[in-house]
Write a protein that binds this ligand. Structure first.
Ligand code: ZN
Ligand code: ZN
Length: 139
């Protein structure tokens, strides 16, 4: 799927900023923060344009939000766009990378009767293979 198809499938108007953000996200190898997305965006968009486009994409679930803690929030394309299901994420404490572990689906937990699950998140924290190699001394 390319950015135009993504926007069309959500009945969203094509704008160069929306397309640009989706392009960045579709080619990203890891989850990105709002600032990282903005830095990678080709073309100059003012803060308001960027913010509005970004919020629209999030509201339409084209992007999914991964909250590491209240200072670290990253985004990736919604797994449904690429055929993946709800999945675990990995956070590297050394390089702050957040990866979508699309091969680790989140199982639906058995909740007490009367409870309704709307979102379930699984965030695994640790060290990525890149960070472990040169320096094995981690707590
Ligand atoms: Zn790392
Ligand atoms: Zn993800």
């Amino acid at each position: 799927m390319n950015s135009i198809e993504v926007l069309n499938s959500h009945n969203l108007k094509r704008t160069s900023c929306r397309e640009g953000i989706i392009d960045v996200m579709l080619t990203a190898k890891e989850a990105l923060s709002e600032n990282e997305i903005r830095d990678k965006l080709l073309g100059n968009y003012d803060r308001t344009t960027f913010y509005r486009s970004f919020k629209t994409l999030e509201e339409h679930h084209i992007l999914h939000r991964i909250v590491v803690d209240n200072l670290k929030v990253k985004y990736a394309v919604n797994p449904a766009l690429t055929g993946a299901q709800a999945h675990a994420h990995f956070y590297c404490k050394e390089c702050n990378t957040v990866l979508c572990l699309t091969h680790i689906p989140i199982q639906n937990p058995l909740l007490p009767q009367g409870y309704l699950q709307t979102e379930t998140e699984l965030l695994i924290k640790g060290y990525c293979s890149r960070c472990l190699k040169p320096n094995p001394h981690h707590e």
